[in-house]
Design a protein around this ligand. Structure first.
Ligand code: NAG
Ligand code: NAG
Ligand code: NAG
Ligand code: NAG
Ligand code: NAG
Length: 373
C-alpha cells in the first residue's frame, strides 16, 4: 500500500518537472519582442477565418501573430477564439485615436512594422499613454460585446448584480454586455507583457512598465465608467407593462472623447528609486486610476525626424481662421502655409416646376485649401 502511494507521488513529481521544463523550453524558444501587440490591429482575421481549423488545438495561429510576448502567446493559445475580437478592438482603438487626433500635430499615424506607431512607441510620452489607453479600451469593449453576442466559448451575457437604485418593478438581467469579463480578459492579455520581464527596480524600463499598466487600466476603467444601465419597454403597442434593464456599453467614440480629455490633462510622473510612480512636480495633483500618466516629454512633432518617428506637419491641411491647434498658425508651427484654389462646379439655384421637373443653374464655386509649408 505504502509503496504504491510513493510510486504515485513519484509519477506526479515527474509530471510536474516535465511541465515546468517544457514551459521553460517554450520560453527560451520564444525570444522577447521589440514589437507591439498592437500588430493584432493589422491582422486581417477575415482572411484567416476561411481556415476551418483556425481555433483548434493544432492551429499555429498564435505563433503567426507578430509582436506578442511569450506570455501573451500562452493566453492566445488558451483563448484562440478571443483573438478576432481582440483584433477588432485594437483596430477600432487605432481608428478612434486617428479621429481624436486628426487636427493635431501628431495624428496617430500607423506604420506597417511591428511597432505599429513607429519609433514613437519607445518614447514614454503622453501620446504613447493615449495609444495604450485607447487600445485597452477598444479591446475591453470588443470582448465584452463578443461575450454578449455568444461568440466566445468562455463567457456569455453579463451576470452583474442588479443595481440597488433600480425601480422595484423593473426586470433586471436582459442579456447585457459582459463588462466584467471584458475587463478581466483585457487585463490578463494586455498587462501580462508588463509583468513578464524582470527589470531593475527604479530603472527607466520599470518606469515604462508601470506607466503602461497605469494607462491600460485607465482605458479599461473608461469603458466601465461610460457604461450605463439601459431599459426598454415591452407590452402591447408600447403600453410599457414590462420594463427590462441591462448593462450597456458606451460607444468607443464616447470613450475616446473622454480619454482625449484625459490626454489633455495627463500627469507627468517619474519612477522613484523604490520602484513606484511619483509626481515629477509635487505641486501637481495626484493622478487617479482613471487619469493618464507619462514619463517623458513629447518630441517636437513639427519637424520631420525619422529617427524619432515624427512625420512633421509639412503638407498637412490646416484651417486658416481657427485659433486652435487645427489652425494654420499652430499646426504649421509658424512656418506659414500654402493656398491652393480649386474650383468646383455644382448645381445651384434649383427650381421646382409644376409638375414635375427640377431646373438648376450651374455655379462655379472656388474653395481654398491651406496646407502647411
Ligand atoms: C530590440 O531593440 C534593442 C534596442 O533598440 C536592440 O538592441 C535589439 O536587438 C532588438 N531586438 C530585436 C529582437 O529586434
Ligand atoms: C483562405 O483565403 C486566402 C485568401 O484570402 C487563400 O489564399 C487561402 O488559400 C484560403 N485558405 C483556405 C483553406 O481556403
Ligand atoms: C532627431 O531627434 C534626435 C533626438 O532628439 C536628435 O538628436 C536629432 O538631431 C534629430 N534629427 C533631426 C534631423 O532633426
Ligand atoms: C497624418 O499626417 C501625415 C503627415 O504628417 C499625413 O501623411 C497623413 O495622411 C495624416 N493622417 C491622417 C489620418 O490624417
Ligand atoms: C475653421 O475654423 C473655424 C473657427 O474655429 C470654424 O468655424 C470652421 O468651421 C473651420 N473650417 C473647417 C473647414 O473646418
Amino acid at each position: 500500500m505504502a509503496s504504491s502511494s510513493v510510486f504515485r507521488f513519484l509519477i506526479l513529481l515527474a509530471a510536474l518537472v516535465w511541465i515546468v521544463a517544457t514551459e521553460d523550453g517554450r520560453r527560451r524558444r520564444e525570444p522577447w519582442t521589440n514589437g507591439s501587440w498592437f500588430t493584432m490591429g493589422l491582422v486581417e482575421f477575415e482572411k484567416w477565418s476561411n481556415q476551418t481549423e483556425l481555433f483548434s488545438d493544432k492551429s499555429r495561429m498564435c505563433s503567426r501573430i507578430r509582436g506578442l510576448t511569450p506570455g501573451q502567446r500562452r493566453v492566445c493559445r488558451r483563448h484562440k477564439d478571443h483573438m478576432p475580437a481582440v483584433a477588432v478592438g485594437v483596430k477600432n482603438g487605432i481608428t478612434e485615436c486617428q479621429h481624436q487626433f486628426r487636427d493635431r500635430r501628431w495624428n496617430c499615424t500607423v506604420t506597417t512594422d511591428d511597432t505599429v506607431f513607429g519609433p514613437l512607441t519607445f518614447i514614454a510620452s503622453r501620446e504613447t499613454a493615449f495609444t495604450h489607453a485607447i487600445t485597452a479600451a477598444g479591446v475591453s469593449l470588443s470582448v465584452s460585446r463578443a461575450c454578449r453576442d455568444g461568440r466566445l466559448a468562455s463567457c456569455g451575457c453579463s451576470r452583474a448584480a442588479r443595481p440597488r437604485n433600480l425601480h422595484n418593478e423593473w426586470v433586471w438581467g436582459g442579456c447585457g454586455d459582459n463588462l466584467e469579463y471584458g475587463y478581466k480578459f483585457t487585463e490578463g492579455f494586455v498587462d501580462i507583457r508588463e509583468r513578464e520581464r524582470k527589470v531593475k527596480r527604479g530603472s527607466r524600463e520599470q518606469g515604462r512598465q508601470l506607466m503602461n499598466r497605469h494607462n491600460n487600466e485607465a482605458g479599461r476603467r473608461a469603458v466601465i465608467k461610460k457604461s450605463r444601465v439601459t431599459c426598454k419597454c415591452h407590452g402591447v403597442s408600447g403600453s410599457c407593462s414590462l420594463i427590462t434593464c441591462w448593462q450597456q456599453l458606451a460607444s468607443l467614440r464616447e470613450i475616446g472623447d473622454y480619454l482625449r480629455d484625459k490626454y489633455d490633462g495627463a500627469t507627468e510622473v517619474k519612477v522613484s528609486r523604490r520602484g513606484k510612480l511619483r509626481l515629477s512636480n509635487p505641486h501637481y495633483s495626484l493622478p487617479t486610476a482613471q487619469d493618464l500618466v507619462y514619463l517623458e516629454d513629447s518630441p517636437n512633432y513639427c519637424v520631420k525626424n525619422s529617427s524619432l518617428g515624427s512625420l512633421g506637419t509639412t503638407g498637412r491641411v490646416c484651417n486658416r481662421t481657427s485659433a486652435g491647434i487645427d489652425g494654420c498658425a499652430l499646426l504649421c508651427c509658424g512656418r506659414g502655409y500654402n493656398t491652393k484654389r480649386t474650383t468646383v462646379r455644382e448645381r445651384c439655384g434649383c427650381k421646382f416646376h409644376w409638375c414635375c421637373h427640377v431646373r438648376c443653374n450651374t455655379c462655379v464655386k472656388t474653395t481654398e485649401i491651406y496646407t502647411c509649408k
